[in-house]
Design a protein around this ligand. Structure first.
Ligand code: G3P
Ligand code: MG
Length: 261
């Protein structure tokens, strides 16, 4: 229990930000909210994923110049908004006015970039679970990890807590310092030498790796080391069956209209 696990009046919120002994998350997780069905990393995407039965959502979180945590996959604004340039160079006031939906289709015109705080509010209102991937701009790793941790610690109230993940070790370490009770996962393309000590040092509970990284040997070694195992991005029946047979605990998919949530 840390100070952030207490309400403003001081009473404890037991277990709110503590990792539970079991694995509380569902096997299927919607990638970027709803995969390809709606504009990624928007509230509309979460709603589309939920409409297809998904209860847990992976999303990509980064920082504005003035320190707001919001969802966006790319460093640059061009692909998924009507803005131009590096997102990290803009204050939230400017980013919040961008259209993050029209690129996907006219039905989503006017959809905004969501703040992580807004996403948390939406998730808690509906009982949805989150996997927050910390996606820092180059050079912004420590600040991004710390701010993501601070927002989760200040805002998230219901159990189970979000699962934090990142390819960036400095970002994950900073998030761990800011929100030690939020469970973390090491995110990697494949298992590289030293993965085990790295995950242990960061207090990780899981390894999230590209689907090709998982085979009988890696699935066994990682489980025996005490970590849960998740794969991204699982979009075919053949891969889903192969990974399920390996016993993986989590499968992140774009195909929210195909796989069960
Ligand atoms: O978190 C898993 C997956 O989202 C990592 O790849 O590029 O889609 O963020 P990317
Ligand atoms: Mg991601």
């Amino acid at each position: 229990m840390t100070p952030g696990d207490r309400s403003p009046s001081g009473e404890a919120r037991p277990g709110v930000l503590e990792t539970r002994g079991g694995w509380p998350y569902p096997r299927w997780i919607a990638h970027r909210g709803a995969g390809l069905l709606a504009p990624e990393n928007t509230i509309a995407a979460f709603r589309a994923g939920a409409a297809n039965g998904f209860r847990m959502f992976e999303c990509d979180a980064r920082l504005s110049a003035d320190g707001e945590v919001f969802l966006l996959h790319d460093d640059l604004l061009e692909r998924t908004t009507d803005g131009h340039g590096a997102a990290v160079e803009f204050d939230w006031a400017a980013l919040s006015r961008l259209d993050a939906g029209s690129w996907h289709g006219p039905g989503y015109a006017g959809e905004r970039l969501p703040t992580l705080a807004g996403v948390i509010q939406e998730c808690e209102a509906h009982g949805w679970m989150l996997n927050v991937e910390i996606k820092p701009a180059p050079g912004d790793e420590e600040r991004t990890g710390r701010r993501v941790g601070e927002v989760l610690r200040a805002q998230w109230r219901s159990a189970p807590p979000p699962l934090l993940s990142s390819f960036s070790l400095p970002a994950l370490a900073a998030a761990a310092s800011a929100a030690p009770g939020v469970p973390r996962a090491l995110l990697c393309e494949r298992l590289v030498p030293g993965w085990r000590s790295c995950a242990a040092r960061l207090g990780c509970v899981a390894i999230v790796a590209a689907q090709a990284a998982w085979n009988e040997e890696t699935a066994k070694v990682v489980a025996e080391a005490g970590f849960r195992r998740l794969a991204y991005t699982v979009n075919t029946d053949a891969e889903a069956a192969r990974l399920a047979a390996l016993g993986l605990e989590g499968l992140i998919t774009d195909r929210v209209d195909h796989f069960p949530g």
